[in-house]
Design a protein around this ligand. Structure first.
Ligand SMILES: Nc1nc2c(ncn2[C@@H]2O[C@H](COP(=O)(O)OP(=O)(O)OP(=O)(O)O)[C@@H](O)[C@H]2O)c(=O)[nH]1
Ligand SMILES: [Mg+2]
Length: 346
């Protein structure tokens, strides 16, 4: 692996130099402006002749469009497309996309778009959104109508109780006739379960406390066949291994597809990755992102979801119950995540 820094007065020049020295199979590790000059940190396995075509990209090659919305597939040429590639790199990084994912998206764009297309901000944006949407489509899923239980787990304050209430309200309206039950395993903290009990009273649905693992089986029975149990759990702080072990005991008998891990979309992708790693022992089968309304760099969420390879099922887009809950729409999420699109999920 060869890693080199290139400096030039414009991005075009810097990238032309990178290509000249290292060939087209080069990963851009960092592009930054230093004292009015552009500095590019680039890496290559070994220098390659400039005429060779870049290798196939790793991003879901087969499922990604080869001809996107009239954009004709073309071999990438870094010197031709330098401006667009550097701008795209900076746009994605500014939106919070992790470096690795940014590099993959940029090299895919370089490989598939001709210079004119890559330099055109609108075409570039459209293509990039397609790529991100394709990436998310493979990791998103709607909640199966026949899921009998949804256990919401996550860090303290991420929105578990609010999301349980939102899901209950949606199920009551959208799946009329279905028996909905609210339950809380948040019994350790004073007042932990009262909030959800309050929602249960407001919705006129049963509410149960889960004090030991066997309680869940009884609650499932009370919900009956076809019923839906929404289970709130205590927030597990970062250092609380015993709390996580206790929660794992409570969730014994709950299948992976019934456990949804909440991520705060306004945190950074490293924090989200840490949460995903920490809760791995519970084997959550899906993710839910909250606080999208507070999120200014949505690329962090997209990067964390893409890396986790878990389906993203729901989006919390505000504190209000029930309206601030959205199903995941990959196109909408991609449009929100790509730089240049202002505003939240709405
Ligand atoms: N802006 C915004 N606020 C939210 C969202 N979801 C929840 N909240 C707010 O975040 C705060 C915490 O929400 P809770 O549902 O109590 O969080 P929790 O995970 O149950 O918290 P603990 O039980 O203490 O671990 C409340 O003020 C909610 O109104 C969201 O999507 N956007
Ligand atoms: Mg709570």
């Amino acid at each position: 692996m060869l890693i080199k820094t290139f400096k030039a007065s414009t991005a075009t020049q810097a990238l032309a130099e990178v290509r000249q020295a290292l060939g087209p199979d080069t990963a851009l590790l960092e592009t930054r402006r230093v004292g009015g000059r552009i500095e590019v940190l680039a890496a290559a396995e070994r220098p390659r002749p400039v005429t060779s075509r870049p290798p196939a990209n790793e991003i879901g090659e087969t499922s990604l469009p080869r001809n996107v919305g009239g954009i004709v597939e073309a071999g990438g040429n870094i010197s031709d497309s330098a401006d667009g590639a550097a701008e795209l790199y900076e746009q994605l990084r500014a939106s919070g996309f992790a470096q690795e994912l940014t590099q993959r998206i940029v090299s895919l764009a370089r490989e598939r778009l001709v210079q004119r297309q890559l330099a055109d901000p609108q075409l570039r944006l459209r293509y990039t959104r397609r790529v991100i949407s394709g990436l998310l489509r493979r990791t998103t899923a709607v909640m199966a109508a026949n899921t009998g239980l949804v256990a919401l787990v996550g860090a303290p304050g991420v929105g578990k109780t609010t999301t349980a209430a939102k899901l209950a309200a949606h199920a009551l309206v959208e799946q009329r006739g279905r028996r909905v039950v609210l339950a809380s395993a948040d019994t350790r903290r004073l007042g932990g379960a009262e909030q959800l009990d309050g929602y249960a009273r407001a919705f006129d649905v049963p509410f149960y406390l889960v004090r030991e693992p066997n309680d869940l089986a009884r609650i499932r029975e009370r919900a009956g066949e076809g019923g839906l149990v929404l289970l709130d759990t205590p927030g597990v702080p970062r250092a609380d291994r015993r709390g996580l072990a206790a929660l794992a005991m409570t969730l014994r008998g709950v299948s992976s597809s019934e456990i949804e891990l909440l991520l705060s979309a306004d945190s950074d992708s490293a924090t989200m990755a840490d949460v995903i790693r920490r809760f791995q022992p519970l084997e959550p089968g899906a993710l839910c992102a909250t606080r999208t309304d507070e999120t200014v760099r949505p690329g962090h969420l997209v990067s964390a979801v893409a890396r986790a390879r878990l389906p993203l099922r729901h989006l919390g887009c505000g504190p209000d119950v029930p309206e601030d809950l959205e199903p995941v729409d990959p196109n909408k999420l991609a449009a929100w995540a790509v730089p240049g699109v202002a505003g939240g999920m709405r």
